[in-house]
Design a protein around this ligand. Structure first.
Ligand SMILES: C[S@@+](CC[C@H](N)C(=O)[O-])C[C@H]1O[C@@H](n2cnc3c(N)ncnc32)[C@H](O)[C@@H]1O
Length: 341
């Protein structure tokens, strides 16, 4: 959906401009994320002080909100209502409900209310845990609607099929994937380590003129979906995905090969694979390394990563450290955009 986005401090000015020029899409609420606000708008026009983007996350619908509040008020008290988080993650036709422990005894009724209020959703699941294990999967439990965990999610011009219990996927990273894709120059060869169901390779293929994009994924189930996704989106000529551990696939398939860009979307342990990634990058090539960090830790971490690369004999310049998601109130998902000399 089209939106005008700006930093929160400029929100009022941008809002006034949008209202004055009848540009606001009144069916939806604006969304605040990571210090920015996104106003849903009706037309692709220049908006002073804001960037107009094709936003891929879903905006809360006003109609739905009213209906939802009415339905929820039948099962929850006012105090209980306030405990429910406002924005819930939607992947394809599945809504992932985050239900606080105090309300778990009413989870089925809550799920039914969400299902009734949202006509585009077919299944409501409960997010039971954080992503865990090598495959970074999470346990989900179907609470209402169709008994399935498989769905097709649309973002950035591609379709992504997956089982949300069998493979990692976050709809909230759509913007970040597009940010990376927009940096890719014509003719580049890109390697996405830890490619999951292939959202990065697909979004890069659709939104850049990369020549070839490779992915490596250890989880066989995620890999099977990745293969299907390459087919569904007709990118068989531009995306090649390997199933296996990066440490084994690289020496097996990429001996002597160099990439223009390597994406490393494994925030918890990605840096442990820098010894594999760095020798694969062309001179002046880019590495996008993800980490979970507090605001205060970002600068010290930049120094540490640069030092770590230097120890391995690689001069690396961190061009940007981009906060691209929030793991917990204080912990951000940060991407270091690094150029390797
Ligand atoms: C945080 S998920 C990201 C998946 C995908 N890139 C995305 O953005 O949706 C990390 C992925 O790395 C995979 N993985 C973990 N260790 C790996 C390894 N040594 N080699 C290849 N893949 C690995 C996991 O199975 C998981 O799918």
């Amino acid at each position: 959906m089209l939106s005008a986005t700006t930093e929160l401090k400029h929100a009022q000015k941008v809002k006034e401009y949008l209202v004055k020029h009848n540009l606001v899409n009144l069916d939806f609420f604006p969304v605040k994320e990571l210090g920015r606000i996104y106003f849903p708008i009706l037309k692709k026009v220049k908006v002073p002080g804001a960037e107009v983007v094709d936003t891929k996350f879903s905006f809360p619908q006003k109609q739905h909100e009213a209906a939802l509040e009415e339905l929820l008020s039948k099962v929850l008290t006012k105090t209980e209502l306030e405990l429910l988080p406002h924005s819930q993650e939607i992947i394809g036709k599945i809504m992932i409900l985050e239900i606080p422990s105090e309300l778990q005894h009413k989870e089925k009724q809550i799920a039914q209310a969400f299902l009734k209020a949202n006509k585009t959703i077919e299944t409501i699941v409960r997010k039971s845990e954080f992503h865990s294990g090598v495959y970074r999967t999470r346990k989900v439990k179907v609470l209402a609607g169709k008994n399935t965990k498989e769905t097709i999610h649309a973002e950035n011009g591609v379709k992504i099929k997956l089982d949300i219990g069998q493979a990692y996927f976050s709809a909230r990273l759509a913007h970040e994937r597009l940010r990376i894709a927009r940096q890719v120059k014509a003719g580049e060869e890109v390697l996405v380590m830890f490619s999951g169901v292939a959202p990065y390779p697909l979004v890069i293929a659709r939104n850049s003129k990369a020549r070839l994009i490779y992915g490596i994924e250890i989880n066989p189930s995620a890999h099977q979906y990745a293969l299907q996704n390459v087919e569904i989106n007709r990118f068989g000529h531009r995306i090649i995905i390997y199933n296996g551990d990066v440490r084994q696939v690289v020496p097996q398939h990429f001996r002597g090969k160099r990439f223009d860009r390597i994406v490393m979307p494994l925030p918890k342990t990605g840096e442990e694979f820098l010894d594999v990634a760095l020798p694969l990058v062309k001179k002046k090539g880019m590495v996008h390394l993800y980490a979970f960090l507090t605001e205060a830790d970002i600068n010290p971490e930049k120094k540490r990563i640069t030092g770590l690369c230097a120890k391995r004999g690689y001069e690396v310049k961190i061009l940007d450290a981009v906060k691209c998601g929030q793991f917990s109130p204080r912990l951000f998902r940060v991407c270091f955009d690094m150029r390797v000399s």
